[in-house]
Design a protein. Structure first.
Length: 242
């Protein structure tokens, strides 16, 4: 049976990868935008990442120093969120699941309502080209004010799921949030076992009744985790990344 996508990856043939219709089950909205678009918009050069990143921390440092300064405004957020969807379309993605952090609600005077309105209009703009599921991103350890925003996001019934990231050791404090999302039919995913804390994968899965693990690649280092995860057909484990 032919596997053109696998063959394209093996051959490092990006044009062939782009040409295939595909699903992208995880990106972080604005961070899905190509740097060239931001560069053209701001009309100034943005340094490219080093050939070899110093782990996930190095990747975060790069994004923090080069990209984030342009994104912490309503204009910057909306430009890059839009650009990320355009890039997904150009990459041949027909279904995109994307996390949008609740912190972006603070860019709007009417907070969650303003964010919701923008995201709705964004999906409407591209609905003929791509299906986008917007998940509410929340960083574990973030402020009580942002946690309150997260509950307000759940009440909008707009977000298809929640995506928990941040401090992976903080499991218990967010069980209520996960349950609130589940009660209204949202999926619950979490970043865990991405670059460390493989031992937290199973407790996180069980505490939140996860529908998906973001990245989670350290699971392969455990003798029993792959079988545990494989036994639950709900699971989606997204690949290496941010
Ligand atoms: Zn991620």
């Amino acid at each position: 049976m032919p596997h053109p996508f696998i063959d394209a990856l093996k051959n490092n043939d990006l044009d062939a990868v782009k040409a295939l219709t595909k699903t992208d089950l995880h990106n972080h909205s604005i961070l899905g935008a190509r740097v060239e678009r931001v560069e053209a918009w701001k009309a100034c050069p943005i340094p490219r990442p080093p050939d070899k990143m110093n782990g996930v921390r190095g990747m975060m440092d790069y994004a923090g120093s080069t990209l984030y300064p342009y994104l912490h405004s309503q204009e910057g957020f909306e430009f890059t969120a839009d650009a990320a969807i355009q890039d997904a379309i150009e990459d041949g993605v027909s279904l995109l699941e994307t996390s949008v952090d609740v912190k972006f609600a603070f860019l709007y005077s009417d907070r969650v309502h303003g964010l919701h309105q923008f995201l709705s209009s964004l999906l409407d703009r591209y609905q003929d080209c791509i299906t986008v599921h917007v998940e509410m991103g929340f960083s574990r350890g973030d402020s009580e004010e942002r946690l309150d925003m997260a509950y307000q996001c759940i009440e909008t019934a707009f977000f298809t799921g929640i995506d928990l990231y941040g401090d992976q050791t903080l499991i218990k404090p967010y069980i209520d949030l996960a349950q609130a999302a589940k009660q209204v039919g949202m999926s619950v995913k979490a970043h865990v076992g991405e670059h460390d804390h493989a031992e937290l994968i199973r407790p996180t899965v069980e505490a939140y009744e996860l529908d998906g693990i973001q990245h989670g690649i350290r699971a392969v280092e455990s003798p029993e985790l792959p079988a545990f995860l494989e036994a639950d057909t709900r699971f989606i484990i997204t690949g290496p990344g941010l």
